[in-house]
Design a protein around this ligand. Structure first.
Ligand SMILES: Cc1cc2nc3c(=O)[nH]c(=O)nc-3n(C[C@H](O)[C@H](O)[C@H](O)COP(=O)(O)O)c2cc1C
Length: 532
């Protein structure tokens, strides 16, 4: 790589040039100023001041230079404008209010956005979160998770109604395998025509996907057939249905690679460029006035992974696992402590509670928990038997005594009570179908195990289901030996800004390297230090 033009030199005060470790680091961290790399014999010195001048035929003293780089500048600036954030970044929803009100409010306090983890909560609990968040940060930024629920579509519908009734203006739509009337209603009900004819979008959707075919659903406009039905039942107006044909279903699509929780374990380096190209193709065919932005999540937890995602064209980045170990997380202290000790390889895939029968899997922490092994055993029993009665008596007794700590009959009674108010149809189906009944009994364990982890239930520690991706281990490795090694010092907004600061720092190191400037190895990496 060619160094800067030899016709350019640096001129400034020699005392402003740094060559010691601390001085070099501080120059790179002076993001609001340019960086000049000045050659002095065999050494490189850096300065944030001075100016570029003509070499006037003399040998240039300049090895490289970088313009100012405000740390929130990565990604697409329209993301920040749309959502009112200071960086193109958001913290993804984590079910059971692990992405808690405190987390969303703390992020907003530092100019960042978080998605409240509404999955698995009652409507009353979601409503409480809306009230709290809106009272604390009425102008945002915040968003709420909206999960597709193929088994209980009425839950998804009710969630949308609560969001609409309470003016929740941005949702993070996830787990979709098809578009539903509920998510289309959310989008279309917020459309109107502005004074000069432009379409005004009040209800924003950030759709989280890991497959091309699902990305396509959100890159296109809502399907006519769903819009017509919504008009017929009076959920949207004819004008809104018409406007919905001219805007994509989503404003943003988060491409989710290998992450904590539900994941297809795809590598970000393969998936992100593929979805960006798909967006370009759909945009070319449709010429929407605002192309869908494509962001990246899954595996992002260090300055280098953040930088890689932005450099591949991510309009914004999303984190999850790292936030679960933070002080504001809804997870119990025990869970946060073991998360902060996890290595990258301490995760594994296990059967998921919500789509158990379909064989869906989630990524969880395997260190310190027997959950992954026990859940797998339940799934294996489910696929090889047609009813609880078919399971050999010794296996059943072992499950009851060692795993469930109660009899299957007791679990069935609890399950019946749970579904009686929420969804009695499930019970009716299970009473007709012994395999379904077995699934509901096993799902009792899978469903509760994530709550035990969240609530820190003492005698269930070995059964904690802790959703977690390899990004957790990568983060722990990065912050080892710094103040962030202790999980009690991890604050969600600080973690985010440290990541973004490290990302900008690494960008500067790499950019200087591309100009032929090699810096001492000890200053190449960025390690977090407490903010002054
Ligand atoms: C504990 C935990 C719970 C999660 N729950 C949800 C959820 O309910 N809804 C959702 O859309 N994504 C959920 N996710 C995914 C995150 O929002 C985020 O997209 C993902 O964690 C990013 O990848 P990472 O874990 O590698 O950072 C969850 C992730 C974790 C770690």
């Amino acid at each position: 790589m060619q160094a800067v033009s030899p016709s350019l030199s640096w001129s400034g005060h020699n005392q402003d040039l740094s060559s010691d470790t601390e001085g070099l680091k501080n120059c790179l961290l002076g993001f609001d100023s340019p960086v000049f790399a000045v050659r002095e014999k065999a050494n490189i010195r850096l300065s944030n001041s001075g100016e570029l001048t003509s070499s006037n035929g003399k040998t240039s003293n300049l090895s490289g230079w970088l313009p100012p780089l405000p740390i929130g500048k990565f990604g697409d600036p329209s993301f920040c404008l749309t959502y009112g954030t200071r960086a193109s970044y958001y913290a993804g929803g984590m079910a059971n209010a692990i992405a808690s009100e405190e987390m969303v409010i703390a992020l907003a306090g530092q100019g960042l956005m978080g998605s409240f983890g509404s999955g698995g909560l009652s409507m009353e609990r979601v409503l409480k979160a809306i009230k709290t968040i809106q009272a604390e940060i009425p102008d945002g930024p915040y968003l709420f998770n909206l999960l597709h629920n193929p088994f209980e579509p009425e839950m998804e519908q009710r969630t949308v109604e609560i969001y609409l009734e309470n003016q929740v203006r941005t949702v993070e739509a996830a787990a979709y395998v098809r578009l539903t009337p509920a998510v289309v209603q959310y989008r279309a009900a917020g459309l109107s025509r502005g004074h000069s004819g432009e379409i005004y979008i009040e209800n924003r959707i950030i759709a989280k996907i890991s497959r091309r075919e699902i990305a396509l659903l959100f890159l296109h406009s809502a399907p006519d057939i769903i819009l017509e039905e919504l008009v017929k039942v009076g959920k949207i107006s004819g004008e809104q249905a018409e406007l919905a044909k001219h805007v994509p279903m989503a404003d943003d699509i988060t491409v989710e690679a290998d992450s904590g929780g539900h994941t297809d374990n795809q590598p970000l380096v393969s998936l992100l460029p593929s979805i960006i190209a798909l967006r370009d193709q759909v945009q070319k065919e449709n010429s929407f006035s605002r192309p869908v932005r494509i962001g990246a999540g899954g595996g992002i937890s260090t300055p280098d992974s953040a930088l890689a995602a932005y450099m591949m064209g991510a309009a914004y980045i999303v984190t999850g696992s790292v936030n679960q170990a933070c002080v504001e997380s809804g997870a119990s202290e025990h869970t946060r402590r073991i998360l902060a000790q996890a290595d990258m390889a301490d995760v594994t895939m296990a059967p998921s509670a919500d789509m158990f029968e379909m064989g869906a899997r989630v990524q969880v922490l395997k260190k310190g928990s027997l959950f992954p092994m026990r859940a797998q055993k339940l799934y294996d029993l489910y696929t090889t038997h047609n009813s609880i009665e078919e399971i050999p008596a010794s296996v059943k007794a072992e499950l009851e005594n060692k795993v469930f700590n109660r009899t299957m009959e007791e679990i069935w009674q609890e399950t019946r009570e749970f579904f009686t108010n929420r969804n009695p149809e499930q019970i009716a189906k299970a009473e007709q179908n012994p395999k379904k009944k077995m699934a509901l009994i096993f799902r009792w364990y899978l469903g509760l195990s994530s709550r035990w982890s969240r609530d820190g239930v003492e005698d269930r520690k070995m059964d904690y289901q802790i959703w977690c991706g390899p990004s957790m281990g990568a983060f722990n490795e990065w912050v080892r030996g710094t103040y962030l090694e202790d999980f009690k010092n991890r604050h969600v907004a600080d973690v985010a800004w440290q990541l973004l600061k490290g990302c900008a720092y690494r960008y500067r190191v790499q950019s200087l390297r591309l100009q032929g400037v090699s810096l001492p190895q000890e200053i190449e990496a960025y390690f977090p230090e407490p903010q002054k």
